[in-house]
Design a protein around this ligand. Sequence first.
Ligand SMILES: [Mn+2]
Length: 317
Amino acid sequence: MNQFTEIIEMIKSSEKIAVLVHENPDGDAAGSLIAMTEGLHLLGKEVKGYLENIPSNCGFLFPDERISLLEEYNGEAFDLCIVLDCGDIQRTGLGSKVYENSKKSVCMDHHMTNTGFANLNYIDAKASATGEIVFEFFEEFGLVINERMATAMYSAIISDTGRFKNSNTTQKTFEIASKLMAFPMDITKIAYHMFLETSLERTLFLGNLLSHLKLYLDGKVGVLVASEEEIKKYGISHSELDGMVEYARNIKGVEVGIFVKEMNGGFKVSLRSNGKVDVAEVAQKFNGGGHKFAAGCKFADVSADEVVRLLVSEFED
Ligand SMILES: [Mn+2]
């Protein structure tokens, strides 16, 4: 793994910098992206951030004049591409075009499955969120952190720690949050937007989804399946489906929650463990990845029933 000092040197020797995050971005990806682009701008760099879409719970952090949607990318070249919160280059989706048009690359991430694909890689699997790493990076060199960056990094951290309750939350997480609290942030408003605010459509979709909940392996595995047809019927976006898996995982007696969502003719699966079972291990068997207690994978050319059968049989062992 490379050090921050090598990364800051590469940044200093670059003029035009692009910043990318993983496809289907979450609060950590969006928050880290905003903080990094803003911070590099304050360093005097010509910086552009890209993301696939604005996560439904992160609308309050946008618009951002330096960040645009990947579909708007015009093919311009960059001296450096910084990839955040992303374990492999495929996960940047359309962002791989930006990556290919950049001379050098840096990755900062906290996924233990990170492939080390960039020229310089800073991977800290103990960091609760990439937002933590971004904060440490700016702090290490005494770079300017403004209120906007603080709000974005705090949002990133509460997103991946589930408001400081997930097992990835550490003493350092609270130390960083404490330093961010020095900025005038409205933490009540941030938590409302990130976790509580919902749409009527999503609420009605959830009611339908939960009515089809299935339990397997003596109630230790809870499974929720959302078909593309239902997602369309209720008119909700894919990012609004983030967190649905927790409704399965939170049931008393359930050790693993599984959320299967149909997407582009295939299936995207979220796996959440309540702290006993390593779900990353299972995700990796299906070419996915993630963290020990929060992971995901994708399936193609199989039915939803087959996806569930394959996953449940893995957990049986
Ligand atoms: Mn993350």
